[in-house]
Unconditional design. Structure first.
Length: 216
């Protein structure tokens, strides 16, 4: 049977969810993205990114201008309740001819912590890749020492594929890269579980989950 490529690379579209909205990152997001990148806690969250926390809004504006002209496709994560950008994420390693794509460049600010926002931000990306664009493979990669990222990949249903030893030098340090993936044959069951978990009746009046995401 002939295997078809993906329909296209991701285009600059808006993906609407219940809790978040994903929209192409633009200059007007700079102030919000800078606000969630300030402080000691935010600096620690930059520990595993190739860049350092921005020193001012101008550096965020420069980053936005650079990625708008680059091969990767970044979006801002907008909190539907506040209308503010509370994170960003990107499509990396986009190979429509192989129907393979990566979610990466993720910085989810503290306002997204312990809330459904991060889970829905991931779900909207995965649903768009598999259901709308026809990708067969969604990748997640991280520094092998980044335990929170590896835990997030497992929670979202990715399967560990292996370790690329001495893969990169990042900020003057060795990076062994852990590779994870979800493939299209796994997505149908995962999609149903994400939709169940994200439903309003799974959260109490304080926004706390009633049941955990069960992808295994």
């Amino acid at each position: 049977m002939s295997i078809q490529p993906a329909k296209s690379a991701p285009q600059p579209v808006v993906l609407q969810g219940r809790y978040v909205r994903l929209e192409p990152v633009a200059a007007h997001h700079a102030a919000d993205l800078f606000a969630i990148s300030a402080g000691a806690a935010a600096a620690e969250r930059y520990r595993w990114l190739p860049s350092h926390p921005p020193a001012n809004i101008g550096e965020v504006e420069d980053w936005i201008a650079a990625v708008q002209d680059g091969a990767d496709r970044y979006v801002a994560v907008i909190d539907q309740a506040s209308g503010r950008a509370v994170g960003r994420q990107g499509w990396l390693r986009v190979f429509p001819h192989n129907a393979s794509i990566e979610i990466g460049g993720i910085y989810w600010g503290l306002p997204m912590a312990r809330s459904p926002l991060a889970t829905e931000a991931f779900y909207l990306f995965a649903r768009h890749a598999f259901d709308d664009l026809g990708y067969r493979r969604l990748e997640w990669k991280c520094n092998n020492r980044n335990e929170p990222s590896k835990a997030a990949a497992t929670r979202f249903g990715f399967r560990f594929e292996g370790l690329f030893r001495q893969d990169m030098i990042v900020k003057g340090e060795n990076r062994d890269t852990a590779w994870f993936s979800i493939i299209d044959s796994e997505w149908t069951a995962l999609r149903g579980e994400f939709e169940r978990w994200l439903a309003p009746d799974n959260f109490d009046a304080e926004g706390r989950q009633r049941t955990r995401l069960a992808v295994r």
